[in-house]
Design a protein around this ligand. Structure first.
Ligand SMILES: [Zn+2]
Ligand SMILES: [Zn+2]
Length: 344
């Protein structure tokens, strides 16, 4: 009989049968472990969810007051049914982002969630965790993705803001409301002018502040406010405001998108923005390889992004590398009967 893998992919997401819990499930389950509060990982409706304590406020904002959260400190062990030991370790992606370490009968698996290894003042740095099986994300798993130095990008962003201010233009930074917006605020030179936030960004800025992360002063723009105090401002808002009436109040605006995708030729044009600043909360190619090697894993499971090139590269380096695939629609109806078996 082949031994069932400790973590496998089912139609509800990653599942640990030995401990009867899911990691980042995309359908309601009785017990979940959530790697971070981005909506493609943290969904509501679970019986209870283990989360990193650092991210508790952010999870609460995203999942609502009815969600049952089990906050744990990084490194703290939770013993699941069947004696499976679970602990969370910093992933360096956004505030409260965690890798999930699962140990059973001497075998250790780590599910990375989203991660990056470069320093970020808004969250605990990525911690390499040794394991037998490492499930890695690969959002930017191609050798063309190599992030420029953050110092250089922030210096460009500061000059762009200064030039706009001097020319009487508002600087609009489009950034995901959770994580990227706060990273921009932590890195920008706040002495250049006032910083204005969209309320979806502001709510999370408050969560970050209350979680002990230093944020510059911000002024939240709600629908009923006028133009005063906006001269020379840097406005931080989610990409969805582009082309909306919300922007009308700011007069002449220069727009910029902050994302790893800004390294891709044509991406800035497709977003219809004036500038693109390549700052990512995901590991680039070198960071992926560095993180994978630091785990010393015998088997690397690749998921969440461009996996083929990374799989081939790892295989060529003599690693046992496999794709963690999501079951095809209709193939796996329940967790117990028609499970999508991963090769062991
Ligand atoms: Zn994420
Ligand atoms: Zn993700």
């Amino acid at each position: 009989m082949t031994r069932r893998p400790l973590i496998e992919l089912t139609d509800r997401g990653m599942y640990c049968a030995a401990g009867d819990f899911y990691i980042d499930p995309w359908r309601p389950v009785h017990r979940a472990v959530l790697t971070h509060a981005h909506s493609d990982h943290a969904r509501s409706g679970h019986g209870s969810s283990i989360v990193a304590r650092d991210g508790e406020r952010v999870f609460r904002t995203r999942l609502g007051n009815s969600a049952v959260l089990e906050p744990v400190a990084f490194g703290e062990t939770v013993v699941m049914p069947g004696g499976v030991r679970v602990s969370l370790h910093p992933a360096g992606h956004i505030l409260g982002s965690a890798q999930v370490r699962v140990e059973h009968r001497g075998e250790v698996w780590v599910a990375s969630g989203d991660y990056k290894t470069v320093p970020d003042p808004t969250c605990t740095p990525f911690e390499p965790v040794r394991c037998h099986h490492f499930i890695t994300e690969a959002t930017f798993g191609l050798p063309v993705y190599r992030w420029p130095s953050q110092r250089a990008v922030f210096s460009d962003m500061n000059s762009w803001w200064r030039d706009n201010r001097d020319a009487g233009r508002t600087s609009l930074v489009l950034a995901y409301a959770l994580g990227k917006a706060q990273r921009v605020l932590a890195g920008i030179d706040a002495s250049i002018g006032p910083i204005v936030t969209h309320d979806s960004v502001e709510r999370l800025v408050v969560d970050y502040r209350e979680s002990g992360i230093a944020m510059p002063a911000t002024h939240c723009v709600r629908e009923d406010l006028g133009r005063e105090g906006l001269d020379g401002a840097l406005v931080v808002a989610p990409p969805s405001v582009l082309g909306s009436a919300w922007l009308g109040r700011f007069g002449q605006v220069s727009t910029a998108f902050v994302s790893g995708w800004m390294l891709v030729r044509g991406a800035r044009k497709r977003q219809a923005v004036d500038r693109g600043f390549p700052i990512s909360d995901h590991a680039d190619w070198d960071e992926l390889l560095g993180a994978i090697s630091a785990t010393d894993a015998e088997t690397v499971w690749v998921t969440h992004g461009s996996s083929n090139v990374l799989l081939r590269w790892l295989t060529e380096q003599g690693k046992d590398a496999r794709e963690l695939t999501r079951p095809k629609r209709g193939q796996a109806a329940t967790d117990t009967s028609t499970r999508n078996q991963l090769p062991v």
